[in-house]
Ligand binder design. Structure first.
Ligand code: TAP
Length: 432
């Protein structure tokens, strides 16, 4: 039983979590959402700490100190580009905690558990361990510790249906489908926590777990739509298989260009669309991109940013980076909206994006990304691609865009190259 104080803090925390989710769903209110979520979590912790069933605080203190010692440096020093891996690890440990609490309850209350409690406890433990091992596998894939190509094996679907091991569930999923899987694991971790709430008779856990479970599920559905995949397809398909393509073996030539040439063409255009991708995040080029936006806008060039839903390594990755550089939000255009505009676009400047502009998704049924909607940049008049080499992107496949006659490859680090274009534009203006 909880005291009135605990109940009141739980109620306030539940309201804070709901408001937090609501505000987090829109960039202008996202910071407020984060703050309210943090306040909710603080309330939940305080409410739990004054719970009168707590006998001793020693182990709680040890846990809090250990958690802070690991969590704080992780938050401070971890680069933005590693957020997906970090998210996978937090799901893993959150779910492990739920599974361990469930296991402990089972042994602490022998013979006392009724059918309902036993059912939810079993679900909590199954989902908890499944999410734990599955999220660790997802972490391994994102961190390149486990091959990110799909590992398929005989009888794979039967094993997955038995939902025995998260490891076996995640191994067959290819790199390009990882965003959906992370969202789904998030949902499982939330559901496991909600089940734990039933077992422990803790209403806040039920509410928070249900919010986490349902929002994770909604996100998985959104990601599935963005990738044009069905759930069954993601979990049981084993895509992302990289076929040995004959085209990859044939050496082909590309046209490379200098910052000076790029600046000249960009400065003379009237409509430019920038396509940011993972490489912009790696290079932390967003502030230089802002300078380029300013320089071109000053010359009267219309500059917009095309945002693919899975560009980068986490949902909203590009939105966050561009917002950090204060690029006006109304300049960011979603994929469906900007795609019809590419034929009227003078220059598309692809900055560290690859898979999300790969036309193989449209026409090559053998491609692991076939069916994924992409930004149709190949329809623009000129395509410029900033990247360091001819290396493939996350899905590990060739991109025919680089070999088109209208494509100029701008080889170099995104931040350095964009910086050089900005300098060229400034000196050309100075000379004029
Ligand atoms: P990618 O296909 O991963 O391509 C990124 C490109 O950036 C690479 O080709 C790389 O080429 C280049 N690059 C790396 N560092 C760079 C630097 N410092 N300067 C310039 N270029 C650099 O990226 P994308 O087009 O954004 O696609 C995202 C992929 O990640 C999709 O397959 C998606 O499914 C997957 N994914 C997405 C998420 C979410 S939720 N967004 C989560 C997990 C996975 P070089 O090495 O030659 O420079």
């Amino acid at each position: 039983m909880t005291t009135a104080f605990t109940q009141a803090t739980y109620l306030a925390a539940a309201v804070a979590f709901i408001l937090s989710l609501k505000w987090l769903s829109r960039p202008p209110t996202a910071r407020r959402g984060l703050l309210v979520g943090e306040i909710g979590m603080a309330l939940a912790i305080v409410g739990t700490l004054v719970h009168r069933e707590i006998i001793s605080y020693e182990w709680i203190l040890v846990g809090m100190v250990a958690g802070t010692a690991v969590g704080l440096p992780l938050a401070v020093f971890m680069p933005m580009t590693h957020v997906p891996q970090r998210t996978a690890v937090s799901h893993a440990f959150g779910a492990l905690a739920a599974a361990l609490v469930g296991t402990a309850e089972y042994y602490l209350r022998p013979g006392e558990l009724g059918t309902f409690t036993m059912t939810v406890l079993s679900l909590e433990v199954i989902l908890g361990y499944l999410t734990f091992s599955g999220s660790l596998m997802a972490f391994g894939k994102l961190q390149d510790l486990v091959p990110s190509r799909p590992v398929v094996y005989r009888g794979q679907n039967v094993t997955n249906l038995a939902l025995l091991f998260g490891v076996l569930l995640i191994i067959p999923i290819g790199g390009a489908d990882m965003p959906t899987v992370i969202a789904l694991l998030n949902s499982y971790a939330g559901l496991s926590a909600a089940m734990m709430g039933f077992v422990l008779d803790n209403k806040l856990l039920i509410v928070a777990g249900a919010l986490d479970g349902s929002s994770g599920f909604i996100l998985s559905v959104i990601m599935c739509r963005a990738m044009n995949r069905s759930f069954a397809n993601v979990l049981f398909g084993g895509f992302g298989q990289v076929p040995v393509s004959a085209a990859a073996v044939e050496p082909r030539s590309v046209r490379s260009a200098s910052p000076e040439e790029a600046a000249e063409i960009l400065g003379a255009s009237s409509a430019v669309v920038v396509v940011p991708g993972y490489g912009m995040a790696v290079a932390q080029a967003q502030h230089k991109v802002r300078e380029l936006y300013d320089a071109l806008t000053k010359r009267g060039v219309e500059v917009r940013f095309a945002i693919h839903p899975v560009a980068g390594r986490m949902p909203g990755h590009m939105n966050v980076l561009l917002a950090e550089a204060d690029i006006p939000y109304d300049r960011l255009v979603e994929m469906e909206e900007i795609n019809p505009d590419f034929p009227r676009t003078d220059v598309v400047l692809v900055i560290g994006a690859n898979d999300v502009v790969n036309p193989a998704a449209r026409h090559d049924p053998a491609s692991p990304i076939h069916g994924m909607p992409i930004l149709d940049v190949d329809q623009a008049r000129t395509v410029m691609v900033i990247k360091r080499s001819m290396a493939p992107g996350f899905a590990g496949i060739e991109n025919e865009i680089f070999y088109l006659d209208k494509t100029m490859m701008l080889f170099g680090d995104a931040k350095t190259f964009v910086g050089e274009i900005v300098k060229e534009l400034a000196s050309a203006r100075g000379a004029a």
